[in-house]
Design a protein around this ligand. Structure first.
Ligand code: IMP
Ligand code: MG
Length: 177
């Protein structure tokens, strides 16, 4: 598995420090707001698990599963594979994403959840890849800005593999070409 990685973009130590810092900022900003964190599966699972342990306030959590990607390119279409199980009306919703790329997924998801009349919607992303943005959507909290390369690890996959790498790495181009 490690042989398929060209370079380490963000080390496990850097991720740990930054995720803790963002968790502390959210703790301050959402004190007494009892927010509901909505993780976007599957990519969010490691980030959200680590982030939540640094969020020291009353809150709840739920998950959605969406797909917009096949291989290394976005299909542009978003499909809801699993919807929320909690009611978000009047709640402060915090969407937790792995990476904001074209923005198509989050733009769609934000509109979709807005219809349920939450008190607010905030976006937290582990990574932001602004070079490829197509939709008008911004992260309120972003841990890392990354260049236009296909990255894997710490929850992110290439064809369902590499999610278990403890760091963020750039895949060797020969793996997907
Ligand atoms: P967007 O709709 O183009 O913003 O894409 C969002 C989704 O595409 C993310 O939630 C990821 O699941 C996936 N994605 C985008 N870029 C990468 C990448 O570099 N590696 C792995 N998955 C990615
Ligand atoms: Mg994703």
């Amino acid at each position: 598995m490690q042989n398929d990685i060209e370079s380490i973009l963000i080390s496990a130590e850097e991720i740990e420090a930054k995720v803790a810092e963002v968790g502390r900022r959210i703790t301050e900003d959402f004190r007494d707001k009892d927010p509901i964190f909505v993780g976007v599966l599957k990519g969010c699972f490691i980030f959200m698990a680590d982030l939540m342990r640094h969020v020291d306030i009353n809150c709840s959590m739920d998950f959605m599963a969406v797909s917009s990607y096949s291989g290394t390119s976005s299909t542009g279409a978003v499909k809801i594979n699993k919807d929320l199980s909690e009611d978000i009306e009047g709640r402060h919703v915090i969407i937790v994403e792995d990476i904001l790329d074209s923005g198509v997924t989050l733009h769609y998801l934000k509109g979709y959840l807005m219809n349920r009349r939450p008190a607010s919607i905030t976006i937290v992303t582990l990574m932001d890849k602004p070079a490829r943005r197509k939709s008008n959507v911004y992260a309120d909290y972003s841990c890392f800005e990354v260049p236009d390369a296909f990255v894997v690890g710490y929850g992110l996959d290439y064809n369902e593999h590499y999610r278990n790498l403890p760091y963020i790495g750039v895949l060797k181009p020969e793996i997907y070409s």
